[in-house]
Design a protein around this ligand. Structure first.
Ligand SMILES: Nc1nc2c(ncn2[C@@H]2O[C@H](COP(=O)(O)OP(=O)(O)OP(=O)(O)O)[C@@H](O)[C@H]2O)c(=O)[nH]1
Ligand SMILES: [Zn+2]
Length: 296
């Protein structure tokens, strides 16, 4: 028996790398299927090699057991994620700050650390950059400026990705694939606008795959999106996913304060101080959305 990690799943076959990085193509043992245990990209598994690999082809094997997961993302469907790299562009397209908060909430819910990557730094003036930074500083997350075009920030980004599994997410056209190509040119991911990608006859949706970096990290590039919903989240959970509320929540007069219109709300009293008004606006917007979800 050997241990491996699934890096790709398609049509009932799972591609995995063992601890030495050797590739195997495996099927799942029947019992796993009967128990409806869905194997996912990122799963650590115990497998039995059946055919050893040679220089032309991967080995073959059977997956016997799945090890416990530390977290799981729904979109993209990946498990055991170490961090979420949220990529936005400073311009073309402009940053959708609400979408940035939304992605952060979804990651917080899974306990996945987030960092922001603000790309296309080459397209903004010094004044525009200053405005972006004022907003960024109020987000309780680390961030870097990058340009896939000039190489700014790429070394720092690469350092950030070493020895862990990072999922890249963000709107279409922000430059996720371009950044990953800049980090490791041999990845040769497709880049361009959606119409360019379609025009070249390429698929815009890619299957989820863990891509290995030469610094020991793995990355998952995901197709861009513009809308994401909170699925099965309850309104009462939301405040827990705004880390800047953490120290304040216990100071609200009402224990079940939802930080909306209740008197003596420490969160609301901190708006404009430790809480950025825009972040609070996102909180209110998401609360309304979750309350609507609960009614229907
Ligand atoms: N000026 C400039 N253009 C960039 C930069 N990074 C990417 N681009 C361009 O932006 C467009 C979109 O880049 P992609 O890397 O395909 O964006 P993506 O986020 O992977 O997009 P999807 O695959 O649709 O989600 C391409 O035309 C890139 O050449 C950058 O740092 N500066
Ligand atoms: Zn409150």
């Amino acid at each position: 028996m050997r241990q491996g990690k699934i890096f790709k799943a398609a049509g009932g076959f799972f591609s995995l790398r063992d601890e030495e990085g050797v590739k195997f193509t495996c099927r799942a043992r029947g019992i796993l299927k009967r128990n409806r245990h869905t194997l996912m990209v990122g799963d650590e598994v115990i497998f039995q090699p059946v055919v050893e690999p040679n220089c032309d082809s991967a080995g073959e094997g059977v997956i016997e057991k799945v090890l416990p997961r530390k977290n799981s993302l729904r979109r993209p469907a990946v498990v055991n994620v170490d961090q979420l790299a949220v990529v936005f562009s400073m311009k073309n397209p402009l940053c959708d700050w609400q979408l940035a908060s939304r992605l952060a909430v979804l990651a917080e819910r899974e306990g996945i650390p987030v960092f922001f990557c603000f790309n296309k730094a080459d397209l903004v003036t010094a004044d525009e950059l200053k405005e972006i930074d004022i907003l960024l500083v109020s987000f309780p997350y680390t961030y870097i400026h990058t340009s896939a075009l000039t190489g700014e920030g790429i070394a720092m980004l690469k350092n950030n990705l070493a020895c862990r599994c990072s999922v890249f997410a963000g709107p279409s056209g922000a430059g996720k694939s371009s950044l990953l190509n800049a980090v490791q040119p041999k990845l040769t991911l497709k880049t361009g606008t959606i119409s360019e990608k379609i025009g070249r006859g390429k698929h815009t949706t890619r299957s989820v795959e863990l891509l290995p970096l030469d610094n020991g990290g793995t990355v998952v590039d995901t197709p861009g999106f513009t809308r994401l919903n909170f699925a099965d989240m309850e309104a009462g959970e939301l405040a827990h996913y705004f880390p800047e509320f953490a120290d304040l929540r216990s100071r609200c007069i009402f224990r079940d304060c939802r930080h909306l219109d209740e008197p003596g709300c420490a969160v609301r009293e901190s708006i404009g101080k430790s809480i950025n008004p825009l972040r609070y606006e996102h909180y209110r917007f998401f609360m309304e959305e979750l309350n609507r979800q609960e009614v229907y």
